[in-house]
Design a protein around this ligand. Structure first.
Ligand SMILES: CC(C)(COP(=O)(O)OP(=O)(O)OC[C@H]1O[C@@H](n2cnc3c(N)ncnc32)[C@H](O)[C@@H]1OP(=O)(O)O)[C@@H](O)C(=O)NCCC(=O)NCCS
Length: 195
């Protein structure tokens, strides 16, 4: 079986071309995983691949519920959002890890690519919604999926990739080459329009 593709039903579709993940060269990343795992070889029964429309039935929302509040999202709503994301070609790359023995999504992370006029009409990558099922944590899958997103951002041509995280996760992301850039003259500010 192709290590990146999964078996698809006729109406099942990936959010983005699975082949782009095959092009990522894990030897290029400075963080070496031990034991060595990669997109092409993530470990027994595991598959790293794009989000598919069928992942509603493979527990993607339950997984995201381990990260934050998901609320009530029925399948129709999920598919509408999936289709809207897919139409924004080159913008949304939701990557998941599936345990094929149970047909469940056990990890996820998203690369959002923002098109800009500044930085020579550059592309800025945003790392969002990183989560590993709590039964699968501590096995390097978090690192694997973050490295995958970073290599993908570089492959696409982003000039940088940024993220927001809780302070306790700063060492985790530092171990994956993210630099903590505390700057007294720059702060992240938010208006929350809903709770
Ligand atoms: C953060 C998360 C993705 C890490 O996934 P994981 O598969 O357990 O991570 P890995 O096994 O690849 O890496 C483990 C390393 O991360 C560190 N780490 C993992 N979770 C951590 C946490 N909550 N706080 C501090 N460090 C953490 C571990 O100490 C370990 O460090 P080491 O390699 O120096 O021993 C996972 O804990 C998770 O899904 N948490 C809940 C959702 C969340 O907070 N997501 C991040 C949003 S920014």
């Amino acid at each position: 079986m192709d290590p990146v593709k999964h078996s698809t039903a006729p109406d099942d579709e990936p959010l983005f071309d699975p082949d782009v993940l095959k092009k990522l060269d894990f030897s290029q990343h400075s963080s070496k995983l031990n034991p060595s795992i990669s997109v092409m070889d993530p470990g027994p029964s595991l598959l790293v691949r794009p989000l598919y429309s069928s992942d509603y039935n493979k527990g993607i929302l339950e997984l995201l519920g381990q990260l934050t509040q998901v609320g009530y999202v029925d399948q129709e709503t999920f598919l509408k959002r999936f289709t809207a994301m897919k139409k924004c070609s080159g913008t949304y790359y939701v990557i998941v890890i599936e345990d094929t023995t149970i047909n469940k999504v056990v990890g996820a992370a998203t690369l959002v690519v923002e098109q800009k006029f500044v930085h020579d009409s550059g592309l800025r990558g945003l790392l969002e919604d990183v989560v590993i099922n709590d039964n699968y944590r501590g096995k390097q899958l978090g690192k694997l999926i973050v490295i995958t997103v970073c290599l993908l951002a570089e492959h696409i041509g982003c000039y940088k990739i940024t993220l927001n995280c809780k302070d306790k996760l700063i060492p985790f992301y530092q171990s994956l080459d993210f630099a903590f850039e505390p700057d007294q003259s720059n702060s992240c500010m938010t208006i929350r329009f809903s709770k």
